[in-house]
Design a protein around this ligand. Sequence first.
Ligand code: TTP
Ligand code: MG
Length: 361
Amino acid sequence: MHYSGRKIIHIDMDAFFAAVEQRDFPELQNKAVIVGGLPNSRSVVATCSYEARKYGVHSAMPCSQAQRLCPHAIFVKPRYQVYRETSAIIQEIFSEFSNYVEPVSLDEAYLDVSSRKDYHGSATLIAQAIKEKIYQSTHLYASAGISYNKFFAKIASDMDKPNGLMTIKPENAATFIESLSINQFHGVGQATEKKMITLGIKNGKDLKSQSKETLIKHFGKKGLYYYNVARGIDNRPVVCQRKNKSVGVENTFDHDIYGKNQVMHILLGLFDEALTKLNSKGLIAYTLTIKIKYNDFVQITRSKKLSNAIKHSPEIKNLLDNMLRDTDIEQRKIRLLGITLSSLDKNNTNTRIQQLDLFTP
Ligand code: TTP
Ligand code: MG
């Protein structure tokens, strides 16, 4: 079985909206709680507590049907603002554990922790720590799935819910996948499931027995995905959200400074610092921004996006020189200078190869 060597964690909160309601309103604890519209209305269930799930209630079910199945259920209206705030707290926790976080929804994210060497190099221990931190900070439970790709990590987080923790190791992946029923395959919705069944594909074993051509013929591009995951192959990367992300350093001076030489000297120092910080996070950047605050607190910024990743080079001095051109640094005193690096990306260059290159004649 293919083994990519990556360590991926998928975290998904348990009965998210309903758990938040049970946390904030103790009278709802241990009760069948349905978050959604009014009972007997045409609206649908957003989610429900595990107590209500025992009666067959689930997300997207009409509220009227949910009430028939579970007449004693307590219906509550969603409080999206609270869910968003709680989501921001868990996302913050994810970013403490990895630079490579892909949020999927308010209550769910993938983390790539391949490069972490602590926790005895164990992604399972990292996932345990994330779960604990989430509970400490929110009093809510999360389930974690750990594996070598997104496909298995997602399935694993679902297998042991609620408050679950499950690891699928590469050596167990083949047997595991064969026994999966086809609707447990991420990306197989109701329509695809029906089609698979008509083709005689009921589980992972059946799926694996299909040729690439057959699957592509019936499912197009997704056919190739099904062909690969049936063999435990899923190379989809964890795609970080880079929105508003930047790395910056700034310096407020005890005594105002002035003049191009002093400004340039300090900016180059700040640039070094920012680049070191960036590298330590395993990131590269394309946009360089300088910030100047004059002694009357008026602040300006100048930005430049480069076509290549920013690095140490003699050109940086020229670039800064250009950026300073239409500023008042020769006329006005300055109380703060800053450098920000943005338009970030994951550093994919293999440093070991770079080191080897150094020794190549
Ligand atoms: P899910 O993670 O799918 O569900 P869940 O967290 O409630 O339960 P589980 O323990 O099985 O993970 O979705 C997260 C939240 O998104 C959920 O609490 C409510 C909302 N949601 C909807 O509003 N409508 C939907 O159809 C689904 C699936 C979720
Ligand atoms: Mg969830």
